[in-house]
Design a protein around this ligand. Structure first.
Ligand code: ADP
Ligand code: MG
Length: 385
C-alpha cells in the first residue's frame, strides 16, 4: 500500500462520537476529513471538513465519499458490510469488510475465538426451534444474545430455565441468537490492538472496565489495576485474534476475568472503543491516532502510557441527577479538579443511557488519580467504584 500523507482526505463511515474523535486526531495531523452519516447533527459531521448526509447504502453518498477520500474507515460496527465491499473495490478500506462481518455476528465471532485457540464462554447457536430444543442444560443459567445488532447490553436476556429460554427467544422475535453460559465474573477488561498492512501489531495497556446496566461506566488503567499475568495473557489473545483475521486497523477485544482467575474472551469491536478513550490524554499515541496511522499506512510505533488514568462515562442520566427536569451537570466544579479532561460529544439532547461524553482523570500517581476521579464522580452523581 502507498502511504497516504497529511494533506489528503480520510473518510469515515458513521458520525458518532468515535468518528468525531477520529476526525480530531486526523485533523491534528494535517488531514482533511469526510464523514458519511445521515444525521445533520451527528457528532463527527459537526466537526468534519466534509459531511455527506446520506444513508449508509446510498449509492450517491458512497460515491461522494470515495471521490473525496483517499482511504476510508468505520466508526460503528453495524455499518452494512455491503457498503464496505462497495467502498473497498475502489479505495483502501480498513478494517476490511470480511473482518467487520465476523465482528458483526456473535456466532462467527465465537467460531473465530475457537479457531484462534482463545477460550470463550461455552455457547450454542439458537437459530432454529431444533437448535433451541438441543441446547444442553449445562448452558443454564445463561444469557441469550441476538447474533446481530446488540450493544450496551441491548438484545440480551438472562435465563435460568428452559421455559425462560423459550420465552426469551420469542421476546427477541426468534431472530438468530447465541446462548452463552452465565459466568461468575470477578472483573472485566479489554485490550486495544492496532495492526498495520504489513502485519505489525501494537497495543495499548489492558484496561479494567466496570459496567453498570450493561453499559461501560468506568475504565481504570494503571499498574496494579489488573494481575500482570492476566494482562500478558489478554495481550497475547488480542494479538492472536487480530492476526487470525488479518485485521488492518484498531480492534478492541473485551474479556471476562472469572472468579477462579481464568481469562475468557467476551467479544470484539472492529474500531476504537469506549474503554480506550483514556489514551487521548494518558498515552503518547491515542487509539484514534492508531486508527489514522493504520488507515494511512503510516508507521506503527508502540504507544506509551505516561500517566495513570481513570475514565468516567458521562451518560445522559447525569442530566437528570438533580430531579426530573434536564439540568446541565456542574462542569465548572469538575473542571476545577486537577487532571480532569472533559469530553462532550456535542449531542443536542440528553437521554438516560445515551453516551453524552466522558471525563478522563490523569495525574502523577495512582492514588491522586483515583481520589480525583472519586471526587468527580461524587460531583456528577456517578456511584462509587
Ligand atoms: P454488548 O454488545 O451489549 O456490550 P456483551 O456481550 O459485552 O454485550 O454483554 C454486556 C455485559 O453483560 C458484559 O460486559 C458483562 O458484564 C455481561 N455479560 C455478558 N455475557 C455474560 C456472560 N456470559 N456471563 C456473565 N456476564 C455476562
Ligand atoms: Mg460488550
Amino acid at each position: 500500500m502507498t502511504v497516504i500523507l497529511p494533506g489528503a482526505t480520510l473518510g469515515v463511515m458513521g458520525g458518532g462520537q468515535l468518528g468525531r474523535m477520529f476526525v480530531h486526531a486526523a485533523q491534528r495531523m494535517g488531514y482533511f476529513t469526510a464523514v458519511l452519516d445521515p444525521d445533520p447533527a451527528s457528532p463527527a459531521g459537526l466537526v468534519s471538513h466534509y459531511h455527506i448526509q446520506t444513508g449508509y447504502l446510498d449509492e450517491q453518498g458512497l460515491a461522494q465519499l470515495m471521490q473525496r477520500s483517499a482511504a476510508i474507515t468505520t466508526e460503528f460496527e453495524n455499518v452494512p458490510a455491503n457498503a464496505l465491499v462497495t467502498l473497498g473495490a475502489h479505495r483502501p478500506v480498513a478494517p476490511g469488510a470480511e473482518a467487520v462481518a465476523v465482528a458483526q455476528h456473535r456466532g462467527q465471532e465465537k467460531a473465530h475465538f475457537v479457531r484462534c485457540g482463545v477460550r470463550c464462554a461455552p455457547y450454542a447457536l439458537v437459530e432454529t426451534p431444533e437448535q433451541l430444543e438441543a441446547v444442553g442444560d449445562d448452558l443454564l443459567p445463561g444469557v441469550l444474545k441476538t447474533s446481530r445488532l446488540g450493544y450496551d447490553g441491548k438484545g440480551q436476556v438472562r435465563v435460568t430455565t428452559r421455559e425462560e429460554l423459550a420465552r426469551a427467544w420469542e421476546e427477541l422475535k426468534q431472530v438468530p441468537c447465541v446462548l452463552e453460559k452465565l459466568l461468575p465474573l470477578a472483573a472485566e477488561c479489554s485490550v486495544i490492538v492496532a495492526r498495520s498492512h504489513d502485519g505489525n501489531v501494537v497495543h495499548l495497556p489492558p484496561q479494567l472496565n466496570l459496567h453498570r446496566g450493561g453499559i461501560l461506566a468506568v475504565t481504570q488503567v494503571y499498574a496494579g489495576a489488573l494481575p500482570p499475568a492476566r494482562e500478558r495473557e489478554a495481550i497475547a489473545a488480542a494479538r492472536a485474534i487480530a492476526e487470525g483475521l488479518r485485521y488492518i486497523g484498531v480492534l478492541c477485544v473485551e474479556f471476562f476475568i472469572l472468579e477462579d482467575g481464568a481469562l475468557v474472551v467476551n467479544e470484539i469491536a472492529p474500531r476504537p472503543h469506549n474503554s480506550g478513550h483514556y489514551s487521548i490524554e494518558a498515552c503518547d499515541i491515542s487509539q484514534f491516532e492508531l486508527q489514522v496511522r493504520t488507515l494511512a499506512g503510516l508507521p506503527l510505533v508502540a504507544p506509551r502510557q505516561h500517566s495513570p488514568a481513570v475514565m468516567l462515562n458521562l451518560l445522559g442520566d447525569l442530566w437528570f441527577a438533580r430531579g426530573e427536569k434536564e439540568t446541565t451537570p456542574p462542569w465548572n466544579e469538575v473542571l476545577a479538579l486537577p487532571g480532569a479532561h472533559l469530553h462532550l460529544y456535542g449531542k443536542l439532547s440528553a437521554r438516560p443511557g445515551r453516551k453524552m461524553g466522558h471525563l478522563t482523570v490523569t495525574g502523577p500517581d495512582v492514588e491522586s488519580v483515583r481520589a480525583t476521579a472519586a471526587k468527580a464522580a461524587g460531583l456528577l452523581g456517578i456511584g462509587p467504584f
